[in-house]
Write a protein that binds this ligand. Structure first.
Ligand code: GLA
Length: 388
């Protein structure tokens, strides 16, 4: 056995013990999930499962904790395939939770502005909740004034997904699956969707989305975490870079006008890093805009980078998607008390939602979001963390 192997074996023993210790102390029904590690069983058990309560109709909800070797933990629940907590180390190595949300399921069931959710079938807005496809007009559920937002009244954020945990060399995760019946929220076709959350030992939280359908239907899945890299307070001092030369201007209902407008010379330009708050006063209502990412091709590319000077935490967002909704938490207004009794005021969290452009089903010039039967919808987004 090499020194590295024996050191790793010692760590394995310590880690398994710790997992068992915390399992016993914190939640009686928490268990280390039996998953086969790909390197012959030498890595620590880094996935645990616990009960997180029940929905109003009695469906059990579980929460999975993914832990890596570098101080990161991601907690994902089956309700809404939601990221409930994300602990990352600051520059002094201290772990802190950097996403907004609730301590228990009740908060999510009662009123959540999509905290950490998986959003679908169509993330963002579809004007008037209507679109035509192959000569048929479809009417979707409207839940945002006259418009359809984030999948409707009972979108993918409000259903319980089926979970399968797994461990791999240098990574571990949980696959969540949900099949949306034909006609759900007004959408055509039975859509079988999944999202795989993987936490790597490189401090990446990787999200892999997949969907297939039996009838042509729009699909646009995204992740709706509200990040706060300081863990508290407002996010106005976070320095943000968005690699986008253009954005899609919107009307008063936040529906794109169809124009693709250059960001240059305006408060929309984040190509050079800027504090989120530095030009916020110039943006009526705050940032809630879709950026057209500057891309070299179709593959994984950096979309955005964020740095929080007090904690030293940094986050890079990489994606295969063409767009990025930057939302500066404008609708948070202090009426929500979240985790650890924290009151979430205006701009206490920001979202970077990788996606296709809003209202694409009604905008023939935007990249298509229609999934055809026999084709596979596949996208990937990585949130990568570091500190300096
Ligand atoms: C999105 C939208 C916002 C808002 C939030 C949820 O990011 O773009 O306008 O609806 O979700 O409150």
């Amino acid at each position: 056995m090499t020194p590295i192997h024996s050191a790793r074996r010692v760590l394995t023993l310590i880690s398994v013990t710790l997992v068992c210790f915390f399992a016993a102390c914190s939640a009686p029904d928490q268990s280390a999930v039996a998953t086969q590690s790909a390197d012959g069983g030498q890595s620590m058990t880094t996935v645990t499962k616990a009960s997180f309560g029940k929905t109003a109709n009695g469906t059990p909800v579980d929460i999975y904790a993914l832990t890596n070797w570098r101080g990161m933990t991601a907690r994902i629940m089956t309700y809404g395939a939601t990221l409930v907590a994300l602990e990352t180390p600051d520059r002094s190595g201290r772990a802190g939770d950097i996403v907004l949300g609730y301590d228990s399921l009740e908060g999510y069931l009662k009123a959540s502005p999509y905290f950490g959710s998986t959003v679908g079938r169509y993330a963002n807005r579809i004007g008037k909740g209507r679109f035509s496809l192959n000569g048929v007009e479809y009417a979707l559920a409207t839940n945002n004034g006259p418009n359809h937002l984030h999948g409707g009244l009972r979108g993918f954020d409000k259903v319980v997904w089926q979970a399968t945990p797994f461990e791999e060399t240098n990574a571990r995760g949980v696959k969540l699956e949900y099949t949306s019946p034909d006609g759900e929220e007004g959408y055509p076709g039975r859509l079988a969707g999944s999202v795989v959350y993987t936490l790597t030992d490189d401090n990446e939280l990787k999200l892999d989305y997949r969907a297939v359908t039996d009838k042509a239907t729009p699909v646009n899945l995204t992740h709706h975490s509200y990040f706060n890299l300081a863990g508290e307070g407002d996010i106005l001092g976070h320095e943000l870079m968005i690699k986008a030369g253009h954005y899609t201007p919107v009307d008063e209902g936040l529906i794109p006008t169809g124009e693709i407008k250059p960001v240059q010379g305006s408060a929309m330009d984040f190509n050079a890093p800027q504090a989120i708050g530095s030009r916020l006063a110039e943006v009526p209502g705050g940032y809630d805009h879709n950026y057209v990412l500057t891309r070299a091709g179709q593959g994984m590319e950096t979309a955005a980078e964020v740095y929080e000077p007090k904690s030293g935490r940094a986050m890079t967002v990489l994606t295969t998607e063409p767009g990025l909704q930057f939302y500066s938490g404008n609708f948070l207004d202090g009426t929500i008390t979240g985790k650890s009794g924290r009151v979430y005021g205006k701009h206490y969290g920001f979202c970077l939602e990788t996606q296709h452009f809003p209202d694409s089903p009604n905008k023939p010039d935007f990249p298509s979001t229609i999934l055809q039967p026999g084709r596979v919808y596949e996208t990937r987004t990585i949130y990568k963390f570091s500190s300096r």
